[in-house]
Every structure is written in C-alpha cells, then in structure tokens.
Design a protein around this ligand. Structure first.
Ligand SMILES: [Zn+2]
Length: 391
C-alpha cells in the first residue's frame, strides 16, 4: 500500500482554491478534506485521478450509436482508445428511475417519485465520503429542469447533501452548495492570458476584504461569483435548437474541466427522448451530442494533466423500441433487446484500448466500477464491476 505525494501543481491549485494566498480570512478549511482528498489514493497504482461520467440518457439505442457509426464518429474514435461494452442490461424503464440507477447502482426504483430524491446514495456521495473529496472536486451538469438536480445526492442518512455533487444546470444556475463553496473557498485556479488582468483586479478586491466593511465584502464575493459563473457558462448562451439542453450540459462540463479540473464530473443528458415524436430529431440529438462529447474529449487530450489522468464512462439509461410508432417515432416499452440492452463506452489511462467486450453486464455495474477505480466502496450498490476493463 503506498500513498502518492500530491504534485506541486496540485498543492498550488489547492492553495488557489482555498483562497489561502488571497487573503480570504476565516475560510474554515482545516480538516475539510480538500487538502488531501483524492490526491492520495491508498492501495492503487492507477493513473486515473479524474472521471467524466456521462449518462447519455433520454433512451438511446445502440442501433443509432455504434450501430450507425456515421452518427457518432467521435465516440467511435474514443472506442478505439478504450473498451466498448455492447451488452449492458438496463435497470428499469422510467427515465428518472433508470438514470438515477446509473448513479446509485441500484435498479429498484420503487417508491421514487418522478420529482423527488431517491433513498440511496449516489456515486458522488460514496466518493466524497470515502475519499474526503471537497464540493469543488465533484460536480454534476445537467440538461436542465428541477428533476435533474435529484441526481446530485440521495436521502440516505449516512450520506446525503453534505456529500452531494455541486450542481450546474443548462441555464447556468448554481445551487446553494455552490454559493457556499465560493464563500468558503474563493477563486478557482487562475486562468491564462487575457483573463489574468481581470483576475488580478479581482484579487486586489479580495485582499481588501475583511476590513470590517460587510457591504464591500458582499460586493467582492458577488463579483467573484459573477466572474466564475461567466467563465463556467462561457459559450453556452448562443446554443439553441433541438438538444440545446444537452449541448449546454456538455459545454458546462468542458468549462468545468478546464477551470476546476474536478475529480468527478457527472453529466446527465435527456434530449434524445424527442424520439417519441420524431426519429429524425432523435438522430439529430445523438449526432449533436456526439460532437459535443468529441469537443470535451479533445479538451481533455489537449491538456497534459487531464490527458494523463482522466477516464470517461458514457452510457444511456435504456434503449428504445424495435419498431417505429404511428408518429414515426420510437417509444420505450416493448421489452425488446433494442430497449433492454445498451452500450457503455469506457476510455481511460488504465483501461484496455480498442477492445469490444461482449460479456453481459448491467448498467448498474458502472458506478461500483468507478468507485473501485478510485479506491472507494459502493456499499449499498447492487451492481458488480465491469470485467475485462483494465490493462
Ligand atoms: Zn421517454
């Protein structure tokens, strides 16, 4: 068992995140877990330090993804660098319960109402609790809508909101946890080039905080928040049309990765469900999401630190019916193999490359696999682990 020393860069970044060098008094960081959390992974020599976990939800058949490579050229390219699991058994067949199952590793969704939090801990809570990860290290971006904030954490008494993911939705609206985070930690890692002078100005402003003028302090915090919000949501306001919510969620994830370099970035998509009324619209959403996933992957590859340390897992919550409905769309309720079996893509520095693993797995196996990858344990999950993944 060996502990890895955090790199100098990580230490500097942590200092920047904590506001330690910025004169932010009373940040209350001691023992919060930020300093050590996730930087040292006991009992593992794995290279993976970060994961991007994309629920390509909304009901997506393999037929229109890896069965039609022209629809998903980027994910096909990614599969050449990783492992494709084309035989993943779905958990259940309501969008909310099934997508939640991906994050909880529990297929039983009885009793979960469509707009409420589930009783079980999510992957985010296991990782934050077991590894002592800070809120700034674990994020989820969603396609939008109040319901989707329920993926960030469940109601289990041993886990829950204090271990939840920091939520960012398609409209760039932060949850309360994020506001608390900013108050406590201050600025994220400084940005390069043109933004630097802006940042210097902000820093000057922050240094004057704590001078006993609460109005000024509040103003300064508001400016920091505005700045970070504008950075995180950069390039999202001009996204429109079919699938805009998904495209925004993926863009937010990209911005998050470049600014915070989180340990865990969850993304929940949903726009493919346009398929009920339009097969063509559904294919369009798939193509658009593949392009955005390609941009996200490229951003990771172009950043040396991220490239060497980031794994991706991408899978839908279930597929769709075998045959078109009367509206020339596709529902999800026929129990066909197209509905019940989906594909999962896993790419990362510790995984095999260019392998198609045809063993049968379940969609609920993915999150325990992610926990295991980081040295955490998904105690209550009913899933197993993806076999044949590691090199
Ligand atoms: Zn649907």
């Amino acid at each position: 068992m060996s502990y890895q020393d955090p790199s100098r860069r990580d230490v500097l970044r942590t200092a920047a995140l904590t506001g330690a060098g910025l004169g932010l008094a009373g940040s209350g960081l001691a023992g919060s877990g930020l300093a050590g959390g996730g930087l040292a992974l006991p009992g593992t020599e794995r290279k993976t330090k970060r994961v991007v976990f994309i629920a390509f939800a909304g009901g997506v058949r393999t037929k229109e993804t890896f069965g039609t490579p022209a629809n998903v050229p980027n994910m096909v390219d990614m599969s050449k660098e990783g492992v494709l699991f084309p035989r993943m058994r779905t958990a259940n067949l309501g969008h909310f319960g099934a997508a939640l199952s991906i994050f909880t590793g529990i297929s039983e969704a009885r009793g979960i109402r469509e707009n409420s939090r589930g009783p079980d801990p999510t992957v985010f809570e296991y990782l934050r609790k077991d590894l002592g990860l800070a809120a700034s290290d674990v994020w989820i971006t969603t396609s939008g809508g109040a319901q989707q904030t329920n993926y960030a954490y469940g109601l289990h008494p041993e886990y829950g909101p204090k271990y939840g993911a920091t939520t960012l939705d398609g409209d760039g609206i932060f949850n309360r946890e994020f506001k608390d985070l900013l108050t406590r930690y201050g600025l994220p890692e400084p940005m390069e080039g043109g933004e630097k002078s802006m940042l210097d100005k902000l820093r000057k402003g922050i240094r004057t905080m704590g001078g006993g003028d609460p109005v000024k302090e509040a103003e300064n915090l508001a400016r920091i928040e505005e700045y970070i919000l504008s950075e995180l949501t950069r390039g999202t306001s001009d996204i429109s049309g079919a699938g805009a919510g998904d495209a925004k969620a993926l863009r937010l994830a990209r911005n998050l990765l470049s600014i915070f370099k989180p340990k865990v970035t969850g993304v929940v998509l949903q726009n493919a469900d346009i398929a009920h009324g339009s097969f063509n619209g559904y294919q369009e959403v798939i193509r658009r999401n593949d392009a955005a996933i390609g941009e996200l992957w490229t951003a990771v590859k172009e950043d040396e630190e991220l490239a060497e340390s980031t794994a991706f897992f991408i899978l839908p919550e279930f597929g769709r019916d075998r045959d078109l409905n009367a509206r020339r769309g596709l529902d999800h309720g026929d129990g066909s193999d197209d509905l019940r079996w989906v594909s999962c893509l896993a790419v990362g520095p510790d995984f095999k490359k260019g392998v198609v693993n045809k063993d049968a797995h379940q969609v609920i196996d993915v999150m325990p696999t992610i926990c295991d990858l980081f040295g955490a344990e998904a105690k209550l999950s009913k899933g197993g682990r993806l076999s044949g993944l590691y090199r």
